[in-house]
Ligand binder design. Structure first.
Ligand code: DOR
Ligand code: ZN
Length: 433
């Protein structure tokens, strides 16, 4: 809990103000305020101030995948990307399907102290889709609020039904990686003309659409909260729209890469573009943008998926799916949503901070920039473009699909409960008082 004075910042791009932070809480907002004695000052120089970003979907690879990422390196990437809270998926080794492993991930996050790391618990033991994990124990003893078998779909409808029933009783969220594995066996790319031309087995969009339709029906009956991970297809949006209209408590996320990239990128055969769900068509990216603007898709989540070179720099079929996202997410959202006029800065705050915090039930994140609220903040320079270099990113892996791309908007500073965690592209190490 820290004290901080922020001078000349424009919350949501509105009028410039100064902010006083005491013990991690915003205590004063106004113009021409005096910096309190002995308090660190952050001169915002008229830049845009938003609530700290919240990511419902990251892979930090710890435990067991430390050659690709650790809680520490992933936390650094998160802070530099403007995030103050992230949700770490359970496809680790061992799988985070117990209170012991989930509590360990949370503790590692707290030790690093750069971003709040919330563990996502597995829905089924070992992510095998057969037997439910101890959701209740994870919820009560490790404070787990969200469960997912991400990387895999909970394919069996009876298992998914039971999971949703428990989720309803426990008031937790089931986040589904919607992919009917019977329809995607051997799949390597979006089913369509590009995959055919490249000779890659097709991943049909219906594999996503059918699971989402089924799960909405199951969630409705169970009275449970369902969250759909990484929506990639236009047809899924239509399913979500009608489910929401019918009153199903379903929320959905889209990744930055599904807002920007299409399967046209695959012609290089560079596995950096291999991801699950696969990059789709230009019509799908347009549908993702429209759905996010409209609110049918609630949030942006990165699916930050670091993979060490030995898993990624290989032939297409053998390469693991996934791409980095934490340090490029805000820029891609500005490029795809703000620049074309689909979202303003209030909208960015909604899809990258407020709604994700709401879905996950975080009381202290995604809050308005107002007196009495926790000082979880990100300061953005919307004008400043930058060139993405994988090697320069804080992740242990460098599998960014945006290598060499010029993107708008730089994260100038990130503030976690009044403490500056990143500033001018550098992580600010915690000083032990
Ligand atoms: O591309 C992906 N990578 N999709 C997933 O669902 C899992 C993730 C990973 O763990 O690498
Ligand atoms: Zn997934």
């Amino acid at each position: 809990m820290s004290d901080l004075f922020i001078r000349n910042a424009r919350p949501y791009d509105d009028d410039a103000v100064d902010l006083v932070v005491r013990d991690g809480v915003i205590t004063e907002i106004g113009s021409g305020l005096e910096a309190p004695d002995g308090v660190e000052t952050l001169d915002a120089e008229g830049r845009v101030l938003l609530p700290g970003l919240v990511d419902l979907h990251v892979h930090l690879r710890e435990p067991g995948g430390e050659e690709s990422e650790t809680v520490e390196t992933g936390s650094r990437a998160a802070a530099l990307g403007g995030f103050t809270a992230v949700f770490a998926m359970p496809n680790t080794a061992p799988v985070a399907d117990t209170d012991v492993v989930t509590a360990h991930v949370r503790r590692r996050g707290a030790e690093v102290g750069l971003v709040d790391v919330h563990p996502v618990g597995a829905v089924t033991v070992g992510l095998r889709g057969e037997k439910l994990a101890e959701l209740g124990t994870m919820a009560t003893t490790a404070g787990v609020r969200m469960f997912s078998d991400d990387g895999h779909c909970v394919n069996d409808p009876l298992v998914m039904r039971r999971a949703l029933e428990y989720a309803s009783a426990l008031d937790v969220v089931i986040a589904q990686h919607a992919e009917d594995h019977r329809l995607t066996q051997g799949a390597q790319a979006n089913e369509g003309v590009v995959a055919s031309r490249l000779g890659l087995a097709g991943w049909p969009a219906t594999a996503e659409e059918t699971i989402v339709a089924r799960d909405c029906a199951l969630a409705r009956e169970a009275g449970a909260r369902l969250h759909v991970c990484h929506v990639s297809s236009a047809r899924t949006v239509e399913v979500l729209r009608s489910a929401k209209a019918a009153g199903v408590t379903v929320s959905a996320e889209v990744t930055p890469h599904h807002l920007l990239l299409t399967d046209a990128a695959l012609t290089s055969y560079d596995p950096v573009n291999k991801v699950n769900p696969p990059l789709r068509t230009a019509a799908d990216t347009q549908a993702m943008r429209a759905a996010l603007a409209e609110g049918v898709i609630d949030v942006v989540a990165t699916d930050h998926a670091p993979h060490a070179a030995q898993y990624k720099d290989t032939e297409w079929q053998a390469a693991r799916p996934g791409m980095l996202g934490l340090q490029t997410a805000l820029s891609v959202v500005v490029h795809t949503m703000v620049e074309p006029g689909l979202l303003d800065w209030h909208g960015v705050a909604r899809v990258m901070s407020e709604r994700p915090a709401e879905i996950a039930g975080l009381p202290d994140q995604g809050r308005p920039i107002a007196v009495g609220e926790p000082a979880n903040l990100v300061l953005v320079d919307p004008e400043e473009p930058w060139t993405v270099r994988g090697a320069a990113l804080a992740s242990l892996s460098s599998n960014t699909p945006y290598e060499g791309m010029r993107l708008p908007a730089v994260v100038v500073a990130t503030v976690l409960r009044g403490r500056v965690t990143a500033r001018d592209g550098r992580v600010v190490e915690r000083t032990t008082a």
